[in-house]
Design a protein around this ligand. Structure first.
Ligand SMILES: *Cc1c(COP(=O)(O)O)cnc(C)c1O
Length: 391
């Protein structure tokens, strides 16, 4: 079966009522026939649901679809993308272990690496996107994990998955990829040697800005370790959110195709505007990551990052002139969202601090939605034209 079909047809067993759509299993616990069944369930001699912190039919269905889409052996769902990331690291690392990561990284992931992991004796060394061919020198005897996002959030940079996969294999590292911006419809990191793939399901997987969710899929051996940690620490996805996310996967491929065709058309149009210095979009031939993106991605994704010539002021003017698109912290919604990291999410950092994580003062990120592309272009261009007047 093709991925589109799997995302629709994988379904938990029907109940006695023969429903066509999947029921919502809102239950904290599950009942047993007798003491023997209960005993065997707790010792895991029989594989069944016991308690919704461990597993729930809605969560299992969501995970089964994601495993099929990513081509993974096993997986586990979480309450958010961050709980998936935190639990994965917490389960696999020991004090004294070392992580290598690209510096262009989701803000909260960076915060975990910088502020919390050192408390538990875990150090992280970063490399810039341009330094990817020199990461060999970052290896230490204690290096255990290689972690990247591609495309990266928020600056939309591309890392070579094949190169990184080979490097991880050669040095016996666990290679983990945050595949949030691409989704398995566009890119399958496991094909390039990733051991684990993480998603914030809050983004394109839900796709409608309703719920938080996260998932880690990959090798059975590693997922087993993560499951044991999660069982006792409780970052579980709610059955209700899993039910919505599993339904959302039925339309993921059609939504992603439309998100991407809208984004490509907008990226091409933005490139020629006089207020813009540079546009980062994976499938734009002028973009530095284009060649690699073409090798590992089927489509360019729905996120565009561009650089305004007028810096911080131009960024504020642009945001204040937007009429149709939303100013919001989310992404991957049916509704187009624009953000200006330097004046919002990263405003507490100094300009140098922002540059260190790849955020220039004129950087704008657009999460292109599913509105008619002509309406989106009209809104973005009228806002860009305001900048020229003010500067
Ligand atoms: C949003 C996001 C996360 C965190 O996910 P939440 O569901 O908000 O916890 C992690 N990585 C990337 C790339 C993201 O965009």
């Amino acid at each position: 079966m093709q991925p589109e079909t799997k995302a629709i047809r994988i379904q938990s067993e029907r109940s006695l009522y023969s429903e066509h759509s999947v029921p919502l299993y809102l239950t904290s616990g599950f009942v047993f026939e007798n003491s023997e069944e209960m005993r065997a369930s707790f010792t895991e001699e029989i594989d069944r649901n016991v308690y919704s912190r461990y597993s729930n039919p809605n969560c299992s269905e969501f995970v089964s679809k994601m495993i099929a889409l990513e081509g993974a052996e096993d997986g586990l769902s979480f309450a958010s993308g961050m709980s998936a990331i935190f639990s994965t690291f917490a389960a696999l690392l020991n004090a004294g272990d070392h992580v290598i990561s690209c510096r262009s990284l989701f803000g909260s992931t960076h915060n975990l690496f910088q502020k919390y992991f050192p408390k538990w004796g875990i150090e992280t060394t970063y490399f810039n996107v341009e330094e990817v061919s020199e990461i060999e020198r970052l290896i230490q005897p204690s290096t255990k994990i290689l972690y990247v996002e591609t495309p990266t959030n928020p600056s939309v940079q591309i890392l070579d998955l094949e190169l990184l996969g080979n490097f991880a294999k050669q040095h016996n590292l666990v290679f983990i990829v945050d595949n949030c911006f691409a989704t398995p419809i566009i890119q399958k990191p496991i094909d390039f040697g990733a051991d684990l793939v993480i998603h914030s399901a809050t983004k394109l997987i839900d796709g409608q800005g309703r719920v938080l969710g996260g998932i880690t899929v990959g090798s059975q051996e590693l997922i087993k370790e993560i499951q044991l940690f999660a069982r006792h620490s409780g970052p579980s996805l709610s059955a209700f959110n899993a039910w919505l996310l599993s339904k959302s996967l039925e339309t993921l491929s059609v939504r992603v195709e439309k998100h991407c065709s809208n984004a490509l058309e907008i990226a091409k149009a933005l490139e020629h505007h006089s207020a813009i210095a540079k546009v980062n979009y994976p499938f734009l031939p002028s973009f530095s990551g284009y060649e690699i993106a073409k090798q590992q991605m089927r489509l360019g994704g729905n996120i565009i990052a561009f650089e305004l010539l007028g810096g911080l002021e131009a960024g504020r003017t642009f945001l204040d002139s937007i009429q149709l698109c939303s100013l919001s912290a989310n992404l991957g919604d049916t509704r187009t969202i624009v953000t200006h990291p330097a004046s919002t999410t990263h405003s507490k950092l100094t300009e140098e601090g922002r540059l260190e994580v790849g955020i220039t003062d004129g950087l704008i990120r657009i999460s292109v939605g599913l509105e008619h592309v002509d309406d989106l272009k009209e809104d973005l261009f009228q806002a860009l034209d305001k900048i020229q007047i003010n500067v």
